[in-house]
Write a protein that binds this ligand. Structure first.
Ligand SMILES: [Zn+2]
Length: 69
């Protein structure tokens, strides 16, 4: 008998500093982090296929994110 275990979920990768900016939500002058967010399809708990990838600038205080185009 063989069971196929699959699922999906996001994974994040820190790309470093995104420079100092004024956050539009909390209005603090902060160094935002560049973060790559990727949704993966998992097979037997291992990521095998990326389905959506985007890079965002994240505020470390309020966690507000802006997508980088
Ligand atoms: Zn903020």
């Amino acid at each position: 008998m063989f069971f196929l275990i699959f699922g999906w979920g996001p994974r994040s990768k820190d790309l470093g500093s995104g420079g100092y900016h004024d956050c539009p939500r909390c209005h603090n002058h902060v160094m935002r982090r560049r973060v790559e967010r990727t949704n993966w399809i998992n097979l037997f708990f291992l990521p095998v296929l990326p389905t959506n990838r985007k890079t965002v600038l994240a505020c470390p205080i309020c966690a507000h994110e802006e997508e980088v185009t």
